[in-house]
Design a protein around this ligand. Structure first.
Ligand SMILES: Nc1ncnc2c1ncn2[C@@H]1O[C@H](COP(=O)(O)OP(=O)(O)OP(=O)(O)O)[C@@H](O)[C@H]1O
Ligand SMILES: [Mg+2]
Length: 230
């Protein structure tokens, strides 16, 4: 599903160059749930943004569904991302003046989907995340956990093969966090979607199938956490 080969990334600030990722190798299978851990500043968001094609690596290759995304031009990448990749942000990033269902329909508008089908797909995914009753409300009328559910629905509405989530429960209380993680695991089981979840929370990591840890720009450990817990 996802294959990363000798990936390195540096940020340049004037004359100074900071190496954030150094020689990362990783293979993630279809339907896996992987938790990505590491201290603040260790490069988790950078790695996630590279994997999701939101920026280009300094060196190395990122293959998603067999396609080396670092070789694509802007248009190819935009189209590939629309069809294959979902992204969930810590701060939801919903559009405030669009209703819940309009927010979820947005990626389908970019895909050129017909209005009737768009509405059907958005309604179906909103019921998967338990928000069918809230579709006409606006983001400001929802709780944080509900807003995150909308953003999850928006990331899934195009039926991506892989979804990247950058601290999806970072702004939520413990109980809501558990619900959201439970929802992601449930969607993973029901919809055949691969998930890569960046987190600071051990609880999230404990429930993932596999955890990987970033330290000093390298992946330092990999464990089968679910297997170990059971
Ligand atoms: N656009 C940028 N330009 C320069 N440096 C950057 C840029 N983005 C990130 N960095 C640097 O790269 C390093 C890793 O940042 P990153 O956001 O990936 O960390 P993180 O592991 O996600 O941290 P957190 O847990 O706080 O979200 C940091 O030292 C940061 O300052
Ligand atoms: Mg981050």
């Amino acid at each position: 599903m996802l294959e990363i080969i000798d990936l390195s990334h540096s940020f340049r600030n004037g004359a100074e160059e900071t190496k954030v990722l150094d020689g990362i190798n990783l293979v993630v299978d279809k339907k896996e749930v992987v938790a990505l851990l590491g201290s603040s500043g260790s490069g988790k968001s950078t790695l996630l943004n590279l994997m999701a094609g939101l920026m280009k690596p300094t060196k190395g290759s990122i293959r998603i569904a067999g396609q080396p995304i670092e070789k694509m031009n802007e248009n190819q990448l935009a189209e590939f991302r629309r069809g294959n990749i979902g992204f969930i942000f810590q701060s939801y990033e919903l559009i405030p003046h669009l209703s819940v269902i309009e927010n979820v329909e947005l990626p389908l508008i970019f895909q050129g989907e017909k209005p009737k089908l768009r509405k059907e797909k958005a309604e179906a995914i909103l019921s998967q995340v338990g928000l069918e009753e809230k579709s006409k409300l606006y983001p400001s009328q929802l709780s944080g956990g509900q807003q995150q559910r909308v953003s999850i629905a928006r990331s899934l509405v195009t039926s991506p093969s892989i979804v990247f989530a950058d601290e999806p429960t970072g702004n939520l209380d413990t109980k809501t966090e558990e619900e959201i993680i439970g929802l992601l695991l449930d969607l993973n089981a029901r919809l055949d979607i691969t998930f890569m979840i960046v987190t600071h929370e051990q609880e999230v990591a404990r429930r993932a199938e596999r955890t990987i840890v970033l330290r000093d720009g390298r992946l330092v450990s990999t464990e089968e956490s679910r297997g170990a817990a059971e």
